[in-house]
Ligand binder design. Structure first.
Ligand SMILES: *Cc1c(COP(=O)(O)O)cnc(C)c1O
Length: 398
């Protein structure tokens, strides 16, 4: 281990990654996580503590004074996240929406405008439509897969362009590099919600995005046992502003949650490889099924975003949506009949999940521009044996 890695980290350096050229799989296991300086423990301990002894007034050990401001377990995760996204600063929050809230309240003021995707995550849409709007922030929706549509949606008051790619639940693909150009020309910031892809498949900062948002609850945690969120940026000054608001607003990730996410992230690469392989097989099978009228998966050559996805992603992810012949009732029946695919919200865990977005995850966007088709079923394809998954879907489709 080099001196750099055995040094005591300081809270002031929280989330700053060095210029670490090691490969993704190596960083996932080691970045931000040197062996414990006191005991040699190879896994970062859970520092379940709120306050820290000071060596004289103001004499902080390693910069730690109070765990809302910084906690060593959270610091380890934040440094890890920064390294995985190729950013300079990572910040970990109590949930994905807490991370988004911190970002919006750091960057926006009354009168500002945000362009959001026309198939945004339901909770993100609700945050804009029901919470942030009451504070005078304006928003409008655009099909972010259409570069010109986004350019047209930008106003003089626009501060942010918000992108999810692949999007939820329709797996739309947005060209991140193209929108980074639009954002730069307009003098606005580009935010990419990288939850569906994870940094293993897609690195928005390298493509020109200013800020990456994560729900760590999904692929990063990967085991459906923790709720968390993150922001990562390569702009050091913006990182400082976000860290200030993280502390001022207080929705931080607790030490045990941070530890669970780190544990999940160590296997992110191998899990994602299997998620992608299984989802590809599921998408192929559904495409050939007589009761399926449409399949949404960016790995299919027929997907309108396939070429852009192939350009900016390492593989196509573990999410597949499809429409069922026979309308809403037929779609609901498929969800009810599935056995190995567990009926439930959320995604990105090792176990396969199935849901009806119209009545479940996306019920809050009914009647809005973000409404999803009533005959739509969404799958989070897990890492079980693919033959068992295919058999379950076949029986559920009847
Ligand atoms: C789940 C999710 C969120 C919100 O994250 P929480 O951890 O549930 O607060 C944001 N964006 C996407 C794409 C998500 O799937």
């Amino acid at each position: 281990m080099s001196d750099e890695h055995s040094e005591h980290r300081t809270a002031g350096a929280s989330g700053h990654s060095g210029h670490d050229s090691r490969h993704f799989e190596t960083l996932a296991i080691h970045a931000g996580q040197p062996a414990d300086a006191t005991t040699g423990a190879v896994v970062t301990p859970i520092y379940q503590v709120s306050t820290y002894k000071q060596d004289g007034v103001g004499g902080l050990r390693g910069g730690y004074e109070y765990s809302r401001s910084a906690n060593p377990t959270r610091t380890a995760l934040e440094e890890n996240l920064a390294a995985l996204e190729g950013g300079r600063r990572g910040l970990a929050f109590a949930s994905g929406l807490a991370a988004e809230d911190c970002l919006l309240r750091t960057l926006l003021a009354p009168g500002d405008h945000v362009v959001i995707p026309n198939d945004a995550y339901g909770g993100t849409f609700r945050l804009f439509a029901k919470v942030v709007e009451r504070w005078g922030v304006r928003w409008s929706v655009a099909d972010t897969s259409d570069v010109q549509a986004v350019r047209d949606a930008v106003r003089p008051e626009t501060r942010l362009i918000w992108v999810e790619t692949p999007s939820n639940p329709l797996l739309g693909i947005t060209d991140i590099a193209a929108l980074a150009d639009v954002a730069r020309q307009a003098g606005v910031r580009l935010v990419v919600d990288n939850t569906f892809a994870s940094p293993y498949l897609q690195q928005p900062l390298a493509l020109g995005a200013d800020i990456v948002v994560h729900s760590l609850t999904k692929y990063m945690g990967g085991h459906s046992d923790v709720v968390g969120g993150a922001l990562v940026t390569s702009d050091a000054e913006l990182g400082e502003q976000l860290a200030y608001h993280q502390n001022a607003m207080g929705a931080v990730a607790g030490p045990f949650d941070a530890w669970l996410v780190m544990r999940g992230v160590k296997t992110l690469a191998v899990r994602m490889d299997r998620h992608c392989a299984n989802a590809g097989r599921v998408a192929e099978m559904l495409s050939a099924h007589p009761k399926v009228t449409q399949v949404y998966y960016p790995g299919l050559e027929t997907h309108p975003g396939h070429e852009v996805a192939a350009k900016q992603m390492k593989a196509f992810g573990g999410m597949v949506s499809f429409r069922v012949a026979g309308g809403e009732e037929a779609a609901v029946r498929v969800c009810d009949r599935a056995r190995l695919f567990t009926l439930g919200e959320s995604l990105g865990g090792v176990e396969s999940l199935i849901e009806h977005p119209g009545r479940m995850t996306h019920a809050s966007v009914a009647g809005s521009a973000l409404e999803v088709p009533a005959d739509l079923v969404r799958l989070s394809v897990g890492i079980e044996a693919v033959d068992d998954l295919l058999a379950d879907l076949t029986q559920a489709l009847g």
